[in-house]
Design a protein around this ligand. Structure first.
Ligand code: NAD
Length: 476
């Protein structure tokens, strides 16, 4: 890796420091040492990036390019990303402790695949025409929306950011992307790779800094045509309030507290191994996690023995050790947050397994006998903590699963197809996985109701959001 010592903004064609020269340290959560300093942007930097994006939209070639031209550049962008795959893998591994092996095999290929997917989606997308007889020709055109503000979290920094910018760019928008302050590196690299690939200057701008400073300045600036936000429910609410005042369309992908439901006819080995992934993957820092585990009491003992064995088999430690399954929590703040819930778990239930480990690591934790009104059961821990309770029939399981402010995902284990359909229909959940976890198709909607957010992204859903559909009527 080229040694990264300063993480800049990428505005227009320039890599820049903050306008007032301020910076902050980027801390590697495994070594707990600073690996770089980061531009600490504020309102002036936000305004510069918004102006660059506006100029690239109003004057630049990007929104006016044909689908084919834009698709070629997007594929070249993906090629350039692929040629720097190892730097991207190292970036998130250092910034938030994601195991390097997972970066190489999962996050980086998925991020590159997202750019290719949207480029192909653009090439294959059709639009409606409306037969109106010989007098008129009527059709829908999907015009670029304009300048998109994209704000992303630190838990899968590369993947979750690229998901937004790839869709926004594809549909002809220009973008200002602000990654999370705990995971800045990959975004600035991606901004530079876009320029290297020949994406016009100003089409993708990256700004660095704190959410309360440059993040707030971006959403509050009057120049955004769309805001796409992934992060916490509290920040999402604030972003939505600001967007509402300006009537700017917004998508919010927020928190989750997904249910994992194990019915009494489930393949218990599959259920246990998959549930362990659904709870502990990425050290539990996944909004799509299925951390409320509901097990039919008839199979509870047999499931728990297997589930515990899978949890215990996970190796926690150095993200740069190829054998590590779970790196540290992403930051000291995260470590303290999860430790707080761990303390609470002793009051609200029985801690079967797990707890704080070396440094900011946290070993897979299982808490049973929980009160379903308690905080550990109801709140998003965002750490490797399974909250387990039993149930006696399907109605109880569905009611308990739906008894949440969130609604992002649910995971169900049953061997009955009929039951799978029934339960999916009854779950208030943006995604339902049956006998699997984290299977994605980028055409499918992602998002969820309630405190999990507003709107959906993915395939045609992204096109709807990132364009202004225009009805054209032509008198012939
Ligand atoms: P966060 O809300 O603190 O930060 C998210 C992003 O918002 C960061 O880039 C941050 O700098 C920025 N931000 C903070 N304050 C801001 C403000 N006032 N104005 C504008 N931007 C601001 O969330 P986090 O703790 O970084 O991320 C974890 C959360 O994200 C979890 O709750 C998790 O469930 C959620 N998440 C959701 C999804 C999803 O797809 N639904 C995916 C990943 C993470």
């Amino acid at each position: 890796m080229t040694e990264t010592t300063f993480i800049p903004h990428v505005i227009g064609s320039d890599e820049r420091e903050a306008s007032d020269g301020r910076s902050f340290d980027n801390i590697d959560p495994w070594t707990q040492r600073a690996v770089a300093s980061v531009a600490r942007g504020g309102p002036v930097d936000a305004a510069a990036a918004m102006a660059a994006a506006r100029a690239a939209f109003d004057d630049g070639p990007w929104p006016l390019m044909s689908e084919r031209e834009r698709g070629v550049l997007l594929h070249r962008f993906a090629d350039v990303m692929a040629s720097h795959a190892e730097d991207l893998a190292l970036a998130d591994a250092h910034d938030m402790g994601r195991p390097i092996a997972a970066m190489r095999t999962f996050d980086v290929p998925r991020a590159i695949g997202m750019i290719r997917f949207f480029a192909d989606h653009l090439a294959l997308a059709t639009a409606d025409t409306y037969p109106m007889g010989p007098a008129f020709h009527a059709f829908t055109a999907y015009r670029p929306a304009g300048v998109v503000v994209a704000i992303s979290p630190w838990n899968h920094p590369l993947m979750l950011g690229v998901w937004k910018i790839a869709a926004a760019l594809t549909w002809g928008n220009t973008v200002v992307w602000k990654p999370a302050e705990d995971s800045p590196t990959s975004a600035s690299l991606v901004g530079a790779y876009a320029l290297e690939a020949g994406i016009p200057a100003g089409a993708l701008n990256v700004v660095q800094g704190r959410g309360s400073e440059i993040g707030d300045a971006l959403t509050s600036s009057a120049g955004a045509d769309r805001i796409t936000f992934t992060g916490s429910t509290a920040t999402g609410r604030r972003v939505a309030e600001i967007a509402a005042k300006q009537l700017v369309p917004v998508t919010l992908e927020l928190g989750g507290k997904g249910a994992t439901i194990v019915l009494d006819d489930a393949d218990l080995e599959l259920a246990a191994s998959t549930a362990a992934r659904a709870v502990f993957n990425n050290t539990g820092q996944v909004c799509l996690a299925g951390t409320r585990v509901l097990v039919h009491n008839r199979v509870r003992e047999a499931f728990m023995a297997r589930f515990q064995a899978h949890a215990e088999a996970l190796r926690v430690g150095d993200p740069f050790d190829a054998a590590t399954d779970l790196g540290p929590l992403a930051s000291q703040r995260q470590f303290e947050r999860v430790s707080g819930y761990f303390d609470l778990a002793h009051d609200e239930g029985t801690v079967l397994l797990g707890g704080p480990g070396e440094g900011w690591t946290f070993t897979p934790t299982i808490v049973t006998d929980l009160d379903r009104r308690g905080r550990v059961w109801r709140e998003e821990v965002f750490g490797p903590m399974a909250a387990v309770t039993g149930f006696d029939d399907l109605d109880e399981a569905v009611a308990a699963a739906n008894d949440t402010d969130y609604g992002l995902t649910a995971v169900v284990f049953t061997e009955s197809t009929r039951l799978a359909h029934t339960i999916a229909r009854r779950l208030r959940s943006g995604t339902v996985w049956v006998n699997c976890y984290q299977v994605r198709d980028l055409r499918a909607p992602i998002g969820g109701p309630g405190s999990s957010g507003i709107g959906r992204e993915g395939g045609d859903f992204s096109r709807e959001f990132f364009t202004e559909p225009q009805a054209v009527f032509l008198s012939t």
